[in-house]
Design a protein around this ligand. Structure first.
Ligand code: HEM
Length: 366
């Protein structure tokens, strides 16, 4: 079907059928009556520039392309385009609002542009869903090729923050200390992954929820999820994490709503209200935090030790496989799993607000 917005000059309209035919052939890239200087869809949108801007870093050393890198680039580019539109709208709103007198009839225009920005932000939230069809393991296949490139360097995101008026958070000594503490903690977590006694201690301290065996089993499933036997267990783990995420979203949306409804007033149930709720949006309240943190330990596919033939056999026999710690075939020191990565951090919320929330829950603080 031809594009409903496609129009031809009326002089060329001989009859309805020929117009439709011309429209369809133009959309198929062929137009017998088109001049070279005519503005086309392709030229108008400068598609040559946009559609040739997806260079996969994974291919640069003559390597085979990593399939998911294409999605990664497209998603970021789509975000940046939407950021551009947001800035465009915000700048126009600022211009209207910075006039000496605000013309009343322009208020509606401000509101409708603001609503447009909100709609774009909602769309951006949904875009993460598309990117998440890429698994953490798939991401690892090209992550190294990104070097130091990070969304952190997004100029337009920073501009948005400035335009929105987000307060700049200076990195003071306390923040630096906290970051160093987190880094050391990550390093330690890698080394302690295979230490059962240590794991049990963490369980007692409520810093882990899965038992040592369950944690090792989950790790095994994460690493060897391509094995047919692990397809369903892997999906199950994904569903558990989705459940956690949706529950967190529910909490977060509720918290935002409460802030809007009652501000910082204390709650009718006796808690500090919004402040208490805000603290429940932290990691402390995630149900499957151990599973979420498993991605920390993933390594690139080519560094995953192959399964022993004994293990392969036991995986292929229905009904008699018991998930246990992985056994490695080759001599490679499983200790390489302990290599630390400064870019990852184990979530452990240290906010005072969390402590407060726990106390509030336990009734020691009202
Ligand atoms: C696999 C997907 C992604 C991962 C693993 C990821 C990871 C990260 C990490 C770890 C940071 C913290 C800064 C750093 O150390 O690099 C960050 C920041 C950021 N990322 Fe992403 N990101 C992903 C996708 C995206 C996408 C699609 C966008 C959209 C443009 C984005 C935009 C940003 C921005 C703007 C920041 C800075 C946030 C701030 O400073 O408040 N990221 N990202």
């Amino acid at each position: 079907m031809a594009c409903p917005y496609f129009t031809l000059p009326t002089t060329r309209v001989a009859n309805r059928t020929s117009v439709i035919r011309q429209g369809e052939s133009r959309q198929n890239g062929f137009c017998p009556i088109q001049n070279e200087d005519d503005l086309t869809y392709h030229k108008y949108l400068q598609l040559d520039n946009i559609l040739n801007a997806q260079t996969l870093r994974s291919t640069l050393d003559g390597q085979k392309p990593v399939h998911d890198e294409h999605l990664f680039i497209i998603t970021h580019q789509a975000f940046e385009l939407w950021f551009r539109q947001i800035l465009y709208e915000i700048d126009s709103i600022s211009r209207i609002l910075s006039a000496e007198y605000l013309e009343e009839r322009k208020s509606l225009c401000v509101i409708s542009r603001l609503n447009r920005v909100i709609a774009i932000l909602k769309l951006c939230c949904d875009q993460f869903g598309v990117l998440e069809t890429m698994t953490p393991q798939d991401f690892l296949d090209f992550r190294d090729t990104l070097g130091v490139a990070s969304g952190f360097q997004s100029y337009q995101f920073r501009l948005m923050e400035i335009r929105f008026g987000v307060i700049d958070d200076e990195c003071d000594d306390v923040a630096r200390e906290r970051m160093l503490w987190r880094y050391d903690k990550t390093k330690k977590n890698f080394t302690e992954l295979f230490d059962e006694e240590h794991h049990n201690n963490l369980l007692k301290l409520h810093e882990r929820r899965l038992t040592y065996q369950a944690m090792q089993g989950a790790l095994m499933i994460f690493f060897y999820r391509d094995e047919p036997r692990f397809h369903l267990p892997y999906q199950l783990l994904q569903s558990l994490m989705d459940l956690d995420r949706q529950f967190m979203k529910l909490r977060y949306n509720h918290t935002s709503m409460v802030q809007r409804m009652v501000g910082s007033k204390v709650g009718t149930g006796g808690s500090s209200g919004y402040l208490y709720l805000r603290s429940t949006c932290s990691d402390r309240y995630k149900i499957f935090l151990d599973l979420l943190n498993l991605s920390t330990y993933l390594v690139p596919r080519d560094r995953i030790p192959p399964l022993s033939s004994e293990m392969k056999k036991s995986l292929s026999i229905e009904g008699c496989f018991e998930i246990g710690p992985p056994r490695f075939l080759d001599e490679r020191d499983p200790g390489y799993l302990t290599g630390s990565n400064p870019n990852v951090s184990i979530a452990k919320d240290t906010d005072d607000s969390v402590e407060m929330a726990v106390k509030e829950r336990n009734g020691t603080l009202v």
